[in-house]
Design a protein around this ligand. Structure first.
Ligand code: ADP
Length: 287
């Protein structure tokens, strides 16, 4: 499975990434952590990134794209990965598309954790206090001043990715204001529905390949493969609709595919997240 976690600083990407790593046995690739390691080791990349990171601005695209291009070549990333903190700009997303295309790899989903900005400062302050308690080194960019700069970078450069991936039908929006457990459960439900969908698609393909030319047999296998595919397709859809708060996922999907305005696609609906997750679960069960 290949996933991207999207969300502002303090949205809970790191927490959820760790949980996904454990559940799916895939690696977490955090550009923030990689850059901090480079800074600590004093590598040329680290020297370049140090002051930029301390100011809350973004490191140049070519630097992070280079890091990720190398990292996804590593053997532990073969089974899949969760990108945390990357891509952070549209050019980075385009570079990632190219990278994956070259390797014939598919991106499964982009999970956006949506949170109220007002909660972020408090969350980051709590994180800082907890790190201090544990005697860990606190990040130099975890101060209220730098946080507001990081948020500004997020809004200006990263938030457009919501639209970018929504257009590509990859976006899953989860209400990040729920508890950690609830967020994890919502992500897992949605991913389970996606997996069921792709399993149904492969089954359909397999059925097509093995189908006998005789009309009766063809119809039977076609039907058998089609039924789950239709249901699971629906099951995966509400996931993408979580942010849209719509009651009619299919209709909404069409609107979005036709190029819904970004502003329109920004509404978070906590209820919808839960509701769509429930629908996904129900439909998956039905299979
Ligand atoms: P956050 O908690 O703000 O999401 P990260 O730990 O992901 O922070 O990243 C910390 C800093 O590292 C960022 O503020 C930025 O300077 C740099 N950085 C990390 N990932 C990227 C990226 N994909 N593109 C540019 N800069 C990045």
């Amino acid at each position: 499975m290949r996933l991207i976690l999207l969300g502002p600083p303090g949205a809970g990407k790191g927490t959820q990434a760790h949980r996904l790593v454990q559940k799916h046995g895939i690696v977490q690739l955090s550009t923030g952590e990689m850059l901090r390691a480079a800074v600590a080791a004093g590598t040329p990349v680290g020297l370049k990134a140090k002051d930029i990171m301390a100011s809350g601005a973004l490191v140049p695209d070519e630097v992070v794209v280079g890091i990720i291009a190398d990292r996804i070549e590593e053997p532990d990333a073969k089974k899949g990965f969760i990108l945390d903190g990357f891509p952070r700009t549209v050019p980075q997303a385009q570079a990632l598309d190219e990278l994956l295309k070259k390797k014939h790899l598919k991106l499964d989903a982009v999970v956006e954790l949506r949170v109220n900005e007002s909660a972020l400062l408090e969350r980051v302050e709590t994180r800082v206090a907890q790190m201090r308690e544990r005697g860990e080194e606190v990040r130099i960019d975890d101060t209220p001043e730098v946080l507001s700069k990081r948020l500004a970078s997020y809004r200006a450069q990263t938030e457009p990715l919501v639209h970018y991936y929504s257009e590509k039908r990859k976006l899953i929006t989860i209400d990040g204001m729920m508890t950690i457990e609830q967020v994890t459960a919502a992500i897992n439900r949605v991913l389970a529905a996606l997996e069921a969908d792709s399993a149904a698609k492969s089954a359909k393909k397999g059925a097509r390949k093995t189908a006998k030319p005789a009309t009766g047999a063809k119809k039977a296998s076609g039907k058998a493969a089609k039924a789950p595919a239709r249901k699971t397709k629906k099951a995966a859809k509400p996931a993408g609709k979580a942010a849209k708060g719509g009651k009619k996922p299919a209709a909404k999907a069409k609107t979005r595919a036709a190029g819904t305005k970004a502003a329109k696609t920004r509404k978070v609906a906590k209820k919808a997240t839960k509701k769509s997750a429930k629908t996904a679960k129900r439909l998956t069960k039905r299979r």
